[in-house]
Write a protein that binds this ligand. Structure first.
Ligand code: ZN
Ligand code: ZN
Length: 255
């Protein structure tokens, strides 16, 4: 006597699987590709139940033989690599295949169906554990990266404050240097004015000494000028002697 199988709860366009027990997709969450672990409830691919009791999606399974109107297609199983026949998993599949996905397999009291579903549950649980461990590791990496970023940000803030302080200190030092330079210039000018005033001031009783000093320090050109003037005066005296028509008082002659 054939057992009437309940329909597999397949809703076209269903969203991603939810883990709540009230979800109608919950009984089918375990149905997954035994190769890539994509879930049936995601509705992204066609799924096939193969004669080797493996479930595979159309992305992983490979059609090995041409389909004929009276015969089921032959697939190469991506898990055990056997070339076997298979059926697409949907509500139109024959009842003897559909019962593999019965939501209460123990009620059927068919051992190989129970074994099939338990094996798929275990495999799916292992996949979930691996994904959970991977997600946990990723979360730890994210937390570590966050802490490093936070430390880096704190250090950056400290350095920014230090930079502001140093910039302010540089401005103060520049102002001080400018002031000091200005004071130095003033002092130099003042010292120069004082020196100039001392040099130009006449000293009493030292006129002859200054004259002597001036005579000593007279330049060769001036000397030359003076010599020239002396020579010219003596020659003029000679000229006077030669061209003089004056007669000596005690000298008489006839012209
Ligand atoms: Zn797959
Ligand atoms: Zn297989």
């Amino acid at each position: 006597m054939a057992t009437k199988l309940p329909a597999i709860n397949i809703k076209p366009g269903a969203s991603a699987p939810s883990m709540t027990t009230s979800d109608p997709e919950a009984p089918n969450l375990w149905i997954h590709c035994n190769s890539c672990c994509e879930q049936y409830v995601q509705k992204k691919s066609k799924f096939f139940l193969l004669a080797c009791h493996h479930v595979a999606c159309d992305k992983c399974v490979k059609v090995c033989a041409g389909r004929t109107p009276t015969d089921a297609p032959v697939f190469e199983c991506p898990v055990c690599r056997n070339k076997v026949r298979g059926r697409q998993v949907n509500n139109t599949m024959p009842s003897n295949f559909k019962q593999f996905f019965h939501p209460e397999p123990f009620s059927l009291n068919i051992e190989f169906i129970t074994t099939f579903q338990m094996a798929n549950h275990r495999h799916f649980d292992r996949v979930k554990e691996k994904k959970g461990a991977k997600a946990h590791k990723l979360q730890k990496d994210v937390d570590l990266a966050k802490s490093i970023c936070q430390k880096g940000y704190c250090n950056l803030e400290i350095m920014r404050v230090e930079r502001q302080k140093l910039s302010q200190r540089i401005r103060q030092i520049k102002i001080q240097v400018a002031k000091q330079k200005e004071e130095n210039e003033k002092e130099k000018r003042l010292a120069a004015e004082i020196c100039y005033g001392i040099q130009t001031q006449p000293k009493s009783g030292s006129g002859h000494g200054q004259e002597r000093l001036r005579a000593k320090t007279v330049s060769p050109i001036n000397k030359h000028c003076r010599n020239t003037s002396i020579t010219s005066s003596s020659s003029s005296q000679k000229h006077k002697q030669v061209t003089s028509f004056r007669h000596q008082s005690n000298n008489s002659f006839n012209l």
